[in-house]
Design a protein around this ligand. Structure first.
Ligand SMILES: Cc1cc2nc3c(=O)[nH]c(=O)nc-3n(C[C@H](O)[C@H](O)[C@H](O)COP(=O)(O)OP(=O)(O)OC[C@H]3O[C@@H](n4cnc5c(N)ncnc54)[C@H](O)[C@@H]3O)c2cc1C
Ligand SMILES: *[C@@H]1O[C@H](CO)[C@@H](O)[C@H](O)[C@H]1NC(C)=O
Ligand SMILES: *[C@@H]1O[C@H](CO)[C@@H](O)[C@H](O)[C@H]1NC(C)=O
Ligand SMILES: *[C@@H]1O[C@H](CO)[C@@H](O)[C@H](O)[C@H]1NC(C)=O
Ligand SMILES: *[C@@H]1O[C@H](CO)[C@@H](O)[C@H](O)[C@H]1NC(C)=O
Ligand SMILES: *[C@@H]1O[C@H](CO)[C@@H](O)[C@H](O)[C@H]1NC(C)=O
Ligand SMILES: *[C@@H]1O[C@H](CO)[C@@H](O)[C@H](O)[C@H]1NC(C)=O
Ligand SMILES: *[C@@H]1O[C@H](CO)[C@@H](O)[C@H](O)[C@H]1NC(C)=O
Ligand SMILES: *[C@@H]1O[C@H](CO)[C@@H](O)[C@H](O)[C@H]1NC(C)=O
Length: 541
């Protein structure tokens, strides 16, 4: 089967004409029969296949969908959901999807910003890895095997149960699936000290498009390189990662101080750009920018929140901050000492008395509508440039706590790792990364368009101040605008444009690896790594 699109036409047509119950039950029957035939663990296959007539289909689909914008009645739904319990189930699901000409989408945590792990406009099978999430921590050797369906919260929890002085460097949110999250880099509060999740992966297990079970040794260095930063979904289905755990002190210090425009926020943010990436690497000093109501009725201001983690005690941090950033006026009362695992709860926004069990909860606290983008900053933005950002936050869509930017400092370990050591390329030369997010509750396309177009205006405004040639972006902050005609319509021909933004100099090698391991382009989504074609042009802008 060369091209998924052509062989599925009858199914697509049937879908459009709306499946009858009989058609569904036929699909179910066929797929189940195929799975049972192909799976070594055939006795259990009947309990892991869901088609729409099944009363559990919707709830299974909903559990992992984190972005309601991609779960409206009009959103295309999977023909079949498979929730594998064993490797052989995944192998069978790949074989049977190919046999019936269905595309597959793989989901670990379901956080993809554009819903690519559970939405496709061709008939598809959703492989949901929710049942493959065991974690085994080896505290003696400072390593762990984590299955792809585990969340970051579960990883932190299991490590903390074994040791108070070991942690791992992954995302701040605790509901991210390690299958998708690590594939695109995976950064958190330890990035300046130890780099990204991908910098600390020492082995992996995956199933390739032929259904073969591979590990680091059998996978070869090219593919092992590609899956560490090249984004999920292009090269195979990741089953598990072996990670190197990170030593952390038994006491760490956090602080969060807010300064608004009346408290010199503009000057402080400007100054922050000169210090944050140069600090001692034990300090993660992040900025969150948002607009808030000022004390007077109806007036708004910009709030800069300086949020930090220091791998040490207050007595060491306080003099350091007073010396290198006296303008912020930090005092002893601003700091809190805690254990590293408590700092995970703190950064994820949980109250300080919350039980660690909250880390095992896979449901995101917020399920608002949402659009995000990213940028990398290499030269400090001048004060007048910052003031232009504030103007955009004062527009209706930027209103109180509904839009925000996170500025995450680079430097430290991030600058020491070469651009091609893994397929994640954003290293030395970046002062910080920007995350832009806008959230809304109103339903309907009009509200979506209004908020998304606000985000696009802010992004256009930022162009002079951020990285150029290419204007780099973070693949884990997936954005289908990149490489599209500006209306979210992605043209496949423009793949090299987003490819160069996400992967920079590593894009060509990713294309080569993809062409070798999946020559029929079976694993494909709107921004998967494309096959080599002589027509590729190096991207710009
Ligand atoms: C609230 C929130 C906070 C975040 N914070 C951070 C942060 O601090 N640091 C950071 O780096 N990122 C952060 N992210 C971004 C996050 O890393 C990405 O959204 C990531 O892709 C999520 O992975 P997932 O498995 O949950 O998502 P999914 O939607 O399941 O997967 C994402 C992509 O990977 C593919 N994929 C998933 N599992 C596999 C697998 N097993 N094998 C092959 N391909 C697979 C999917 O098909 C999809 O294309 C945050 C996102 C959110 C929503
Ligand atoms: C729904 O699907 C599950 C998993 O395959 C199965 O165990 C269950 O019996 C089905 N329920 C109905 C009502 O068909
Ligand atoms: C089949 O299931 C058994 C447990 O019942 C498990 O030990 C074995 O690894 C499974 N085989 C495969 C290939 O997944
Ligand atoms: C599925 O597996 C069978 C048995 O191993 C094999 O003959 C067939 O070619 C496979 N189909 C696909 C599409 O890979
Ligand atoms: C640690 O690694 C060694 C060598 O690989 C191994 O023999 C030992 O069993 C490991 N320890 C644990 C607790 O697994
Ligand atoms: C703002 O900065 C000026 C000096 O630039 C200083 O005099 C003033 O005290 C600062 N205001 C606050 C609230 O920190
Ligand atoms: C901010 O002010 C607006 C208008 O005065 C009000 O509607 C809104 O609820 C306020 N938001 C918060 C978080 O106080
Ligand atoms: C898990 O988190 C969600 C969202 O915050 C919450 O609604 C739910 O009650 C939590 N579940 C448990 C078991 O605590
Ligand atoms: C996307 O745009 C191209 C031309 O730019 C057009 O041919 C195509 O039909 C559009 N696709 C969708 C899904 O809108």
């Amino acid at each position: 089967m060369k091209h998924v699109g052509s062989s599925v036409f009858p199914f697509a047509l049937a879908l459009l004409l709306s499946f009858s119950w009989a058609t569904w039950s036929h699909t179910h029957e066929n797929f189940l029969q195929c799975m049972t035939l192909r799976s070594e663990n055939s006795s259990s296959t009947s309990k892991l296949i869901y088609t729409p007539p099944n009363s559990s289909y919707s709830s299974i689909l909903q559990i992992s969908i984190q972005k309601p914008r991609f779960s409206t009645p009009a959103t295309p739904k999977p023909l079949v959901i498979v929730t594998p319990s064993y490797v052989s189930h995944i192998q069978a699901a790949i074989n049977c999807s190919q046999t019936y000409g269905f595309q597959i989408r793989v989901q670990s945590g379901g956080h993809d910003y554009e819903g690519l792990s559970y939405v496709s406009d061709v008939p598809f099978v959703l492989i949901d890895l929710i049942n493959l999430r065991s974690i085994s921590v080896d505290a003696e050797n400072n390593t762990a095997w984590v299955e792809a369906g585990a969340t970051t919260g579960e990883v932190y929890y299991r490590i903390a149960k074994k040791s108070k002085t070991l942690g791992f460097l992954a995302g701040v949110a605790t509901t991210l699936g390690v299958g998708g999250h690590f594939s695109g880099g995976g950064y958190g509060t330890l990035l300046r000290k130890y780099g990204l999740a991908v910098d600390n992966i020492i082995d992996a297990q995956l199933i390739d498009v032929k259904g073969r079970f591979l590990d680091r040794e059998s996978v070869g260095e090219d593919l092992f390189w590609a899956i560490r930063g090249g984004g999920g979904a292009s090269f195979g289905i990741i089953l598990a990662w072996k990670i190197k755990l990170a030593p952390v002190p038994s006491t760490v210090t956090v602080f969060r101080v807010n300064r608004n425009l009346e408290q010199n926020a503009t000057k402080l943010v400007h100054r922050w750009q000169y210090v944050a990436a140069k600090f001692y690497e034990d300090l993660f000093f992040r900025l969150r920018l948002t607009s808030v109501n000022a004390s007077q009725e109806g007036k708004r201001t910009i709030q800069a929140s300086f949020i930090s983690l220091y791998l040490g005690v207050i007595d060491k941090l306080l003099p350091m901050m007073q010396e290198s950033f006296p303008e912020l006026g930090l005092m002893r009362e601003d700091f809190i000492e805690m254990s590293w695992i408590e700092s995970i709860l703190y950064f994820a926004g949980f109250p300080s008395d919350e039980s660690l069990d909250v880390l095992l909860n896979r449901t995101s606290p917020t399920r608002s509508h949402f659009k995000a983008k990213s940028d990398y900053v290499q030269e400090p933005i001048p004060e007048h440039g910052l003031e232009g950002i504030w103007q955009r936050f004062y527009e209706k869509e930027g209103e109180t706590a509904r839009a925000l930017m996170f500025l995450t400092p680079y430097g430290g370990r991030m600058s020491e790792i070469s651009e091609d050591a893994t397929s994640f390329p954003h290293r030395a030369g970046n002062i910080y990364k920007i995350f832009y997010g806008v959230f809304w509750e109103e339903e309907g396309t009009a509200a979506s368009e209004r908020h998304i177009s606000w985000m696009r205006r802010l992004y256009r405004y930022m162009a002079p101040y951020v990285s150029k040639s290419p204007r780099a972006a973070h693949v884990n902050y997936r954005d289908l605008d990149i490489g599209s005609n500006g209306k979210g319509n992605t043209s496949y021909r423009r793949a090299s444009r987003w490819g160069n933004k996400y992967f920079k100099c590593n894009f060509d090698r990713l294309v080569q690896v993809k062409t070798t391991v999946d020559p029929a382009n079976f694993l494909k989504n709107e921004q998967s790594i494309p096959l080599f074609s002589s027509g590729w042009k190096k991207g710009g802008d």
